[in-house]
Design a protein around this ligand. Structure first.
Ligand code: AMP
Ligand code: GLY
Length: 430
């Protein structure tokens, strides 16, 4: 029988997963809160479902005879979607609720690294009491990152000395009423992501990717879910050495070893500091946008990765095309603080040219495609070099239409990449 794969989630990351399964032997079904036109076109059926409602997802999975499920976003993982699917006899490629705490509970994540002596953990303290956290800020000798322990869509972290002063940081803690706060050493360096496919105690890593969290060009403005990202034709990025990549892989290895039977994607977000890679966070799923860099160059059949995981085998060795990628998101005006939802999006798909177009958090209705409060669509260039890939993405944006939307045009451009290289050289005293 053909595998029936259920894809959960309706963003750009999930459109990339759908594309990765499009040419495989699987029959694809999809469900999400928004109707993503790109996924809907590829899937045999698309159902609008609240994906944080495990019962509703299981009901849909059973109705389409799903054999395997791929969970895109973190919120369904936190809601226990994998536990519910497994109980219903559907193999979930995505961690169970307890394992997903590596992402969904940052206090757990830091303690887990400390208790298992995983390298790359910054100094940290956790607080249940806002005033105790504020006192710690006053008494600590340096800059700190202030992190709510729970999920905030990448938008809850405030870094003292970067985005806020110590006084602003304390005001943020007092005003926001989070249950638990993690305060940790501010890491200085360049960020990068390494994603690993994990199953049955083994893992395989993908080339490093660099996302751009800040909303505006030149890394200004508030943090977002990620405005765009690039990867190179090798495992490393231009500001990294092979050893830096290998050090990040060793941190992932120590984490996979310490986790008991984790399965799905383990996403390591690293800061390349003067002392090498340190962990900013782990995610329990592909990155968005990073999946749009990684999956288009994955040459191994994604279905084979899923079936080997389900069958209790080690993942296949992965092949990646030696190509660079640049991804740029078009987001609603005002995103992330005051996003304009419900605006009509005009995308001329034919004009995307050589670029790959991924729909994200838009909603397809009878009379067109509309923005939601999150990122709308992305264009990805794939080429031999980052510069060529950037030009492809940029040309496609110009013609495919970004009217009323906001784009960070600087992502993947030579001068921004050079600034990353210079930054690391400066940290290393070169
Ligand atoms: P997170 O939600 O943990 O990914 O954090 C969002 C962003 O905050 C990261 O992408 C970093 O830019 C920044 N950040 C988080 N932790 C630290 C840290 N310890 N030092 C410096 N920056 C950090
Ligand atoms: N791009 C960051 C994330 O997916 O969390």
């Amino acid at each position: 029988m053909r595998e029936h794969v259920l894809l959960i989630g309706g963003g750009g990351r999930e459109h990339a997963i759908a594309r990765a399964l499009e040419d495989s032997e699987a029959e694809l079904y999809a469900c999400a809160g928004n109707k993503n036109p790109g996924i809907a076109r590829i899937a045999a059926d698309f159902e609008t479902v609240e994906t944080t409602d495990p019962e509703a997802v299981v009901e849909y999975a059973e109705s389409v005879d799903a054999t395997i499920a791929v969970v895109g976003p973190e919120a369904p993982l936190e809601a226990g979607i994998s536990d519910a699917l497994e109980a219903a006899g559907v193999y979930p490629f995505g961690p169970k609720r307890d394992d997903a705490r590596i992402e969904t509970d940052k206090a757990f994540q830091r303690r887990f690294m400390r208790d298992h002596e995983v390298p790359g953990n910054p100094d940290f303290e956790t607080f249940d009491d806002a005033e105790a956290a504020c006192t710690f800020i006053d008494e600590y000798g340096g800059d700190l990152a202030i992190k709510p322990a729970g999920l905030t869509g990448g938008k809850g972290v405030k870094v003292v000395g970067d985005q806020v002063t110590a006084e602003e940081g304390k005001a943020y803690i007092r005003e926001s009423d989070y249950d638990r706060i993690v305060l940790e050493e501010r890491l200085i360096g360049e960020e990068f992501t390494v994603q690993a496919f994990v199953a049955n105690g083994e893992f395989r890593t993908a080339p490093a990717v660099q996302d751009h969290k800040r909303a505006y060009e030149g890394d200004e403005g508030p943090n977002t879910g990620g405005m765009g990202s690039y990867s190179d034709a090798t495992n490393e990025l231009p500001f990294m050495t092979e050893e830096d990549y290998d050090d990040a892989v060793s941190i992932i290895e120590a984490t996979v070893d310490a986790l008991d039977d984790y399965r799905g994607i383990l996403y390591g977000q690293f800061m390349l500091t003067a002392e090498g890679p340190k962990v900013i966070e782990f995610n329990a799923r592909f990155g968005d946008p990073e999946a749009m860099n990684t999956l288009p160059v994955l040459e191994t059949d994604f279905l084979e990765i899923l079936t080997t995981a389900r069958d209790g085998d080690a993942p296949p060795e992965l092949e990646f095309a030696e190509r660079a990628t640049v991804c740029k998101y078009a987001v609603p005006a005002g995103y992330p603080t005051d996003p304009e939802a419900g605006a009509k999006v005009q995308v001329d798909e034919e004009s995307a040219g050589d670029a790959l177009l991924y729909y994200a958090s838009v909603d397809q209705r009878d009379d067109g495609i509309y923005t939601t409060t999150s990122r709308s669509f992305a264009l990805v260039g794939v080429a031999d070099s980052i510069g060529e890939a950037e030009a492809i993405a940029e040309d496609a944006l110009a013609v495919a239409g970004e009217e009323g939307l906001h784009v960070r045009h600087d992502i993947g451009k030579a001068d921004l990449v050079q600034r990353r290289i210079d930054h690391v050289n400066e940290l290393r005293g070169e």
